[in-house]
Design a protein. Sequence first.
Length: 303
Amino acid sequence: MKTPQVVIVLVNWNGLTDTLACLASLEKVDYPNYQTIVIDNGSSDDSVEQIRIHYPKVTLFETGENLGFVGGNNIAMQHPLVAKTDYVLLLNNDTEVAPDFLSLLVEVAQSDKKIGIVGPTIYYFDEPKTIWSAGGGIDWDKGMTHMVNLNELDEGQLGDTPRSMYFVTGCALLIKRSVIKEVGLLDPRFFAYYEEAEWCVRTTQAGFKILHVPSARIWHKISIVAREASPQVHYYMVRNRLLFLNLTQAKLSVMLSVLGRNLMTLISWSIKPKWRHKAPQRKAMWQAILDYMRGRFGRVDIS
């Protein structure tokens, strides 16, 4: 029986050190039939030259501009290599992987034709036994998404049995090419954040299952503190949450509740002295809400 082919996609934007480390970890993967594509989103560091020097067998495509996570991955998923493959794995360039992670993911995906997307357990790189994501959940009544088992120490509580999820994070998401053909690419309006949650909801609505595979493991070089402090990230999280709820046909009451909570946060950050340091985030939130209202999506630079 033919081993399914997988194309692994990494999007790089001025992330040379992380990307080289990720590619090094992929070289140790025990899965026998995969190829890697790196999409460079207009890096101004030495990424392109160094990737070509150290990993000449990797397919490298230069977009010439920052298309974000969504745009970069969509470019890759339209590459001729993907037209011939069975699976596409979206993988953040700031991750490192266990050698057997891909074999475990493909094995589960192959076990049922109705499985559309699978994802691994993701740990913090700096705290390698602490879970960052073991799948994703959605509270439709509150209009909120969350990482399952977030910040828990792995003490075996996940078990080995694959679990049904609302979504798995785009940090590491294996999808069947046949599913991409049916549900389409990532929605470019997101640029970054919430795009994989909407993709998974779309996939579920098409009749496919989303599963977390506990025994498949990778490690993510993510800093929650740094993300929360970034006005740019805050902008996309606020705007794209509203876009996600709209596209997934959330109840009007939920949309109004989310907008109300955002406005309460803005008021608090504006009048309470202890939140003076939140001025950049406050500005980003205002812009995010206004841009959502006027239909301004895609890439937006926050000054």
